[in-house]
Write a protein that binds this ligand. Structure first.
Ligand code: TYC
Length: 102
């Protein structure tokens, strides 16, 4: 007679969905892009009100950079690229970058 022992893992495999890592989109200041244009891009790409967009633009203008919003990696990178491309299309060096949150 043959005995077959089947061993199961001792640890329970629990369905534990990991929270996706989040990425900040950061707006960088420059000396060339007009303030109004920055506000226009923030409204269009990040669906901000004019007041929100003006506040973010002014913080970047005064401090050198400002966190615009936080998204999953793909969304953050896509929006940063869209914003930067809008500037480039209009001949401005407007730049959005992304940075992983800790
Ligand atoms: N500093 C620019 C100016 O004085 C305006 C500006 C603000 C540009 C924020 C980029 O992220 C920026 N025309």
């Amino acid at each position: 007679m043959v005995t077959v022992t089947v061993s199961r893992p001792k640890t329970k495999t629990r369905a534990k969905p990991e929270r996706p890592r989040l990425y900040k989109v950061i707006l960088l200041n420059d000396d060339i892009t007009p303030q109004e244009f920055v506000v226009k891009v923030l409204k269009a790409v990040f669906r901000m009100t004019v007041d929100e967009a003006y506040g973010v633009m002014l913080t970047a203008h005064q401090k050198g950079a400002c966190v615009v919003a936080v998204f999953t990696k793909e969304v953050a990178e896509s929006k940063a690229t869209r914003g930067t491309d809008e500037g480039a299309k209009a001949g401005y060096p407007l730049t959005f970058t992304t940075e992983r949150e800790d």
